[in-house]
Every structure is written in structure tokens, then in C-alpha cells.
Design a protein around this ligand. Structure first.
Ligand code: C2E
Ligand code: MG
Ligand code: MG
Ligand code: MG
Length: 286
């Protein structure tokens, strides 16, 4: 609309926006162009088995290489992508890209390593979400059990019938579902029993202070005990020190993810990690 308006109107429009809104507007346009110019890419962070250190899976994490060469982390642009609805196009791209990457892994040292993908609330709420997941799997030729979708607590809080059906549909497809940033959302845990969630990922804010803060340590203890008693897997995010890893292992945490093992890396380095540490063939339960 601004483009079609006369020159004076356009200037009026710009000057009536505050600096923050202008910056958002610029970022949104840059992000739109980024999609068209293929400036978005995925890095992958290993998830390792606590018992033997082998890689079980990897989380796909979105990055944006700006035209000036700097790499932008998702926290800087996902909120804008969500507010503008661009996350729908971006999210669909991430799903396809991650499925294709994981399919490629099956022919080398990353055989049997699965991929997990972060799903935004807006994306999950769309009617065509199940369809999108099916398409991504089919196009890539990826077996569904190698894909995990990372949801958040808020998506499952007051579920509509459509949401219930979507989850049932995803489960019958055979994909895995996890709850990301677990412990930071609402405290009602009823939905954990109600829904077929496979895995809880403990938010890294709890891990960061667990060695010094008894309250964080007890939250972690409780989450792990809950997961085990409900027959779910539990993953610790943001593990940075051996002391954290030892404490988590003693509590029975199944999987670890964090800089202690590897930061998010490209597919070549991920394969290198698997060659060095091994990739696990199966996931233990319990
Ligand atoms: P998340 O899903 O909780 O991902 C984990 C974040 O923790 C990643 O940040 C990862 O780089 C970081 N991390 C992992 N290990 C460590 C550690 O040992 N220490 C520290 N300090 N950080 C660690 P990243 O890549 O910046 O992503 C931030 C968030 O952006 C993600 O949090 C996720 O919510 C969102 N995100 C990333 N990719 C996507 C995507 O494709 N779609 C959507 N909707 N959201 C995404
Ligand atoms: Mg995640
Ligand atoms: Mg997280
Ligand atoms: Mg997250």
C-alpha cells in the first residue's frame, strides 16, 4: 500500500512509525528476501545417549546468513517471523530440509540417527499441519520414526478437538513428539497423561544452575522422576560441564544435548562426530 501511495504519503507513513516498528518492518522485509535468496540454513546439534555417549539424534536449528556474511540466530528473527506469519513458509521449509538431511544421513556414519524439528505455535495450529508433515516425509523418503517434532507446553494446554486429532494423526503416522523447554510453561501436568508425548526436554535454564542451586536441582529431579514413571524419555538441554552430566546421569536422565558434547554444526561435522563417538542403533526405554 505504501508503494502505491504518493511520495508524500509514503514519507508520512514512515515517519509515523516509531523506531522499533520501523526496525521490525525492515527485518520482516529482509527475512522475506532471505527466503527467496536461500539465505536460511540448518545446523544440527547432537543428542547423545547418557549411558554410552553415542549419538541418537540431532536437533535442527535454523540460521540465517545475512548478505553481509553475519549469521543470525533464531531468537533474533523467529519472533518477527511469527508476528508476520512468515513462520508458516519458513517452518514448512525447515521441515522439508530437515527430513531430506536426515534421509541423506541414512547412507553413512549417521545411519539410524533421527532428526528433531522445532515447531512454532502458529504452524502447529494450522489445519494443514499433518498434511505438511506427511508431504515432507514422503518427498524425502524418510521413515516417520526418524522424525521428532518439538512442541511446547502451551500448544497442549487447552486443546481443541482439532488439536487432539492432529496429535493422534501424528502418532498414527509414527513420528515422535517431544515437549521442548519443559518446566518453563504452565504447571498443569494433566496433558502429559492425556497425550501420547514420547519425550520431555528439560529447559536449559534449569541445567545451567543445577550444580549450585538446590531448587533447580530439585525441579530437574522431579521432571526426570515424572518422565520415568510415565514411561517417557527425558533429555537435558544445554549441558555444558561434566559435573552437570554426572549429576544428570545419576538422576537417570536418558539423553544429553549441549556444548559439552557439541555446539550446533553443519552436516559434515555432524558426520565427523558420529564417526568419532558412534551412532546408536536403538533407543532404550525406561
Ligand atoms: P531450543 O529449541 O530450546 O534450542 C536449544 C537452544 O539452546 C539452541 O539455541 C542451541 O544452540 C542452544 N544450546 C544448546 N546447547 C547449549 C549449551 O550448552 N549452552 C548454551 N548456552 N546454549 C546451548 P538457538 O539455535 O539459538 O535456538 C534458539 C531457539 O530458537 C530454539 O530453542 C527454538 O525455540 C528456536 N528455533 C530454532 N530453530 C527453529 C526452527 O526451525 N523453527 C522454530 N519455530 N523455532 C526454532
Ligand atoms: Mg528445541
Ligand atoms: Mg529448548
Ligand atoms: Mg525452544
Amino acid at each position: 500500500a505504501a508503494k502505491r501511495a504518493g511520495r508524500n504519503d509514503y514519507h508520512f507513513y514512515i515517519s509515523s512509525m516509531d523506531a522499533g516498528a520501523q526496525a521490525e518492518f525492515d527485518l520482516e522485509n529482509a527475512l522475506r528476501a532471505a527466503l527467496a535468496r536461500s539465505e536460511l540454513f540448518l545446523d544440527f546439534q547432537p543428542r547423545v545417549d547418557t549411558s554410552d555417549g553415542r549419538m541418537l539424534g540431532a536437533e535442527a536449528l535454523l540460521r540465517w546468513r545475512r548478505t553481509d556474511g553475519t549469521v543470525c540466530r533464531p531468537d533474533a528473527f523467529i519472533p518477527i517471523a511469527e508476528a508476520s506469519g512468515l513462520i508458516l513458509v519458513i517452518g514448512a521449509w525447515v521441515l522439508k530440509e530437515a527430513c531430506q538431511a536426515c534421509r541423506d544421513w541414512q547412507d553413512g556414519p549417521l545411519r539410524d540417527v533421527g532428526v528433531s524439528v522445532n515447531i512454532s505455535q502458529l504452524q502447529f495450529g494450522r489445519e494443514n499441519f499433518l498434511q505438511l508433515v506427511m508431504e515432507a516425509l514422503r518427498e524425502a523418503g524418510l521413515p516417520p520414526h526418524l522424525l521428532e517434532l518439538e512442541l511446547t507446553e502451551s500448544m497442549l494446554m487447552e486443546p481443541t478437538d482439532a488439536v487432539r486429532q492432529r496429535i493422534a494423526g501424528l502418532k498414527s503416522l509414527g513420528v515422535n513428539l517431544s515437549i521442548d523447554d519443559f518446566g518453563t510453561g504452565y504447571s498443569s501436568l494433566a496433558y502429559l497423561r492425556r497425550f501420547a508425548i514420547d519425550t520431555l526436554k528439560i529447559d536449559r535454564s534449569f541445567i545451567a544452575d543445577m550444580a549450585d542451586d538446590p531448587e533447580d536441582a530439585s525441579v530437574i529431579h522431579a521432571i526426570i522422576a515424572l518422565a520415568i514413571s510415565l514411561g517417557k524419555r527425558v533429555v537435558a538441554e544445554g549441558v555444558e560441564t561434566q559435573r552437570q552430566a554426572d549429576l544428570l546421569a545419576a538422576l537417570g536422565c536418558h539423553e544429553m544435548q549441549g556444548h559439552l558434547y557439541s555446539p550446533p554444526v553443519d552436516a559434515a561435522r555432524l558426520a565427523e562426530f558420529a564417526r568419532r563417538r558412534g551412532a546408536a542403533r536403538t533407543r532404550r526405554l525406561g
